[in-house]
Design a binder for this molecule. Structure first.
Ligand SMILES: [Zn+2]
Length: 237
């Protein structure tokens, strides 16, 4: 099982989330998607952890810009998709779709979800019921299609929809407010969505991240996950 700490980075501009993951059995830890180093170093000091790994969901600078500084400081090894090896700064270990990565005693399954970028992966920890979705899935929306097609993203969305309902998801940005307007516009009469938005507003007002939330709620409320056919999905673009 992993313990997860959320770290807000690039606050007020891009509102990225990085995550510190600690394998409870061994104490071995990792940082996922360090968009900048400073807030992560601060949190690691508070927690008294020395990350052994840096995990990336995709190559974008606002997910990897802290890679080299943290690698240098902690001697951490950088892990990312083999497909992105040429554009992830400092990469040491590559992972592939369908492969695994062991963080101490906790196993991550690597799942390719092209669309936002061609090499984007999910880090899925089935035993901990946690999935790190980077810029593939946000609260009530999905990531922009920088490199892939809507058809590719539809297949990636189906993968997310097939993960268990009680999986908690951890996105790469705090974009709930934007997602909520779009979702409300698409389904004005969804009582589950109204509850979701009320909960999100409460958390944001308290200065807390909206996530983690269970995928069940996302499947009920996120317009892209609610689409039942490729045609319905494509209409959202
Ligand atoms: Zn991105």
């Amino acid at each position: 099982m992993i313990k997860i700490h959320t770290v807000l980075c690039r606050e007020g501009t891009m509102d990225n989330y990085a995550y510190i993951l600690i394998d409870e059995a061994t104490g071995i830890s990792a940082v996922l998607d360090p968009s900048e180093a400073a807030p992560i170093i601060k949190k690691c000091s508070e927690l008294a952890v020395t990350p052994a790994y840096i995990l990336n969901t995709h190559h974008h600078f606002d997910h990897t810009e802290g890679n080299l500084e943290l690698k240098e400081r902690y001697g951490a090894q950088i892990v990312g998709a083999a497909k992105d090896a040429h554009r992830i700064p400092g990469i040491d270990i590559t992972v592939e779709d369908g492969g695994n990565f062991k963080l101490g005693d906790s196993k991550a399954e690597i799942i390719a979800v092209p669309g936002h970028t061609t090499g984007h992966i999910l880090w899925y920890f089935p035993d901990s019921k946690a999935v790190f979705t980077g810029d593939m899935l946000f609260n009530l929306c999905i990531g922009g299609l920088f490199e892939g097609s809507p058809q590719q993203m539809w297949k990636s969305v189906l993968i997310i929809k097939n993960l268990p309902d009680d999986t908690l998801f951890y996105p790469g940005h705090e974009y709930t407010a934007q997602g909520a307007s779009f979702a409300k516009y698409n389904s004005p009469d969804n009582p589950e969505l109204d509850k979701y938005i009320a909960l999100a507003q409460q958390k944001l007002a308290a200065g807390q991240p909206v996530c983690p939330l269970p995928l069940k709620l996302e499947k009920q409320c996120n317009p892209y996950l609610r689409a039942r056919t490729p045609e319905e999905f494509l209409q959202l673009f």
